[in-house]
Structure formats: structure tokens, C-alpha cells
Design a protein. Structure first.
Length: 277
């Protein structure tokens, strides 16, 4: 019998509170399917497709209900409550699914919808984890460079960027140089595909195409200059780290915006600053 998976089992015995199932007739390992779950006209010797999990008393139990998530899969589940040792998720079964704090990649709150997968813990119980999603996502999306897509944020990495599951199932990432500090785990975003890698993974951007984005970037630069009383204490030769920290954009985008403002004679560039005209 396989915990966390659907399987076909043989009806061995009927009792007042349900039926017992096993893999074969003389199998001593049996599991209960509660009476309210038993389909009408079920007889001893019939085969039933069931899902196996642990009940509230940690007993192996069968259900004919369809869980939202099984082993080896990912699914978006709603957070029902957060307790002292973790969170509880709705996965379509009577007993809520436990998500331990140590398996979270970020704090979650009730009503959050998060991407998780299933694992068996040391006590042989099914639990949810927000880790390991990357390895389970598909890489054969039907999308091409330039297309707009919808995706869910599931992890952040300082080195690589923001990991996104397009359509909740295809592997994608927003590179680290793009500012995503306003996002949180579980957010659903609209993005544009900038590259489809040879292995099928997608590179995304939240930004418009350069010629559309430039006006918005230029306006943002002007707003930051205003915050510095009209004189920005660095110019377009500043380090990428300074530009990202102060302007929240890449150095290339900053240079394009500054060049655009300079051509329109809205700024003056000095050796160590940018002055609004």
C-alpha cells in the first residue's frame, strides 16, 4: 500500500463502520474505508480506487475523495490557519494538511494561496512543503519569447532572482537584477517572456519593452531626483548596486532613462551628480 497515492484495492471485509481493503485476498495489511465513503452496492471482492493518508489519530485510512495534491505533484493550496508549529492547508480531505514552519520558504497567513508539494515525514505522515518546487515544475510550456504570461511567485534567491510558476506549473524566473522587492510568496503576476532557455525554462520580466518602459523609468528617475531636492548625488556611472538600491532598476535601464531625460533637456549631468533643470 502506498501512502499519498491513488491505488486500486480489493474489498476484503464489510463491517458496521465501513469496509476493509487490501492489495490481495489473504493480505494481512488492511486499511479501513469509512462507511460514509463506501460507494453504493459495493461488495466483497470488488476493486475500489482510493487515496491513502493518516487520520487525526495517525491511523492509515482510505478515502474515495479526490485530494488536491498527491506525492510527486505540486498544487496551489489555501492556508486555513497558522498555529504554533506550522500552518494547516485545505487539500480537499477531512483532515487538513500540515505545513511545518521548517518547510516554509516565507511566512504565510490565513487565506494565502501557496504552491506546495507533498512529502512523508519521519513519523510516516503526509505533510506539505514549500521547498523542492523547482525540481517538479514542467519545462515544456507552449509559450514563446515576447508572450505575456501569468505566474505565481514561489521562492526568492539573492543570487538568481525570483522564481515563478507560470500557470502554476511551468518553470520560470525573473533575474536578480530586476527589482522584485514589492512581491511576496504566493503573489500572482503578469510578466513578459524575455527568453526561452534550451532546457525549456522561461526568463521573465515585469517591465514593458524598452521603448515603452523608458518613459516610465524616466518619470521614476525624476521623482527620485525630487526626493533629493533636485540634485541626485550620483550619475549614470554609479555602480549597479547603488542604482538598484536608490532607483530600483538595472544600470542599463537607468542609463537609458537618464539619456532620454538629457536629450529632452530635463536634467544636467555633472561629474558626480544629476541636476534637474
Amino acid at each position: 500500500m502506498k501512502l499519498g497515492e491513488k491505488q486500486r484495492l480489493l474489498v476484503i471485509k464489510r463491517v458496521e463502520f465501513g469496509i476493509y481493503l487490501a492489495e490481495y485476498e489473504d493480505d494481512e495489511t488492511r486499511v479501513l474505508l469509512p462507511a460514509k465513503q463506501v460507494p453504493e452496492n459495493t461488495r466483497v471482492g470488488d476493486e475500489l480506487e482510493v487515496f491513502l493518508y493518516k487520520d487525526s489519530k495517525d491511523r492509515l485510512i482510505a478515502t474515495t475523495n479526490e485530494p488536491y495534491l498527491m506525492l510527486g505533484q505540486t498544487a496551489v493550496l489555501k492556508v486555513l490557519e497558522v498555529g504554533k508549529i506550522g500552518a494547516f492547508l485545505d487539500w480537499g480531505l477531512e483532515k487538513d494538511l500540515f505545513l511545518p514552519f521548517k518547510e516554509m520558504t516565507a511566512k504565510v497567513q490565513p487565506e494565502d494561496e501557496i504552491l506546495v508539494t507533498l512529502y512523508i515525514d519521519k513519523s510516516r505522515r503526509l505533510c506539505a512543503t514549500m521547498k523542492g518546487i523547482y525540481d517538479l515544475l514542467e519545462k515544456d510550456s507552449p509559450y514563446e519569447k515576447g508572450m505575456n504570461v501569468s505566474g505565481r511567485v514561489y521562492e526568492f534567491s539573492d543570487n538568481f532572482g525570483t522564481f515563478v510558476a507560470v500557470d502554476d506549473k511551468y518553470s520560470a524566473m525573473i533575474p536578480a537584477f530586476e527589482d522584485c522587492s514589492h512581491l511576496r510568496i504566493g503573489d500572482v503576476i503578469e510578466a513578459r517572456i524575455t527568453n526561452v532557455k534550451p532546457d525549456g525554462k522561461l526568463d521573465l520580466t515585469l517591465r514593458e519593452k524598452a521603448y515603452l518602459q523608458m518613459d516610465a523609468d524616466a518619470q521614476k528617475v525624476l521623482e527620485v531626483i525630487d526626493e533629493y531636492a533636485g540634485v541626485l548625488p550620483f550619475n549614470d556611472k554609479a555602480s549597479p548596486e547603488v542604482i538598484k538600491r536608490e532607483i530600483q532598476m538595472s544600470k542599463n535601464a537607468f542609463k537609458r532613462a537618464v539619456g532620454h531625460l538629457y536629450k529632452e533637456r530635463k536634467i544636467e549631468i555633472t561629474e558626480k551628480s544629476i541636476r534637474k533643470l
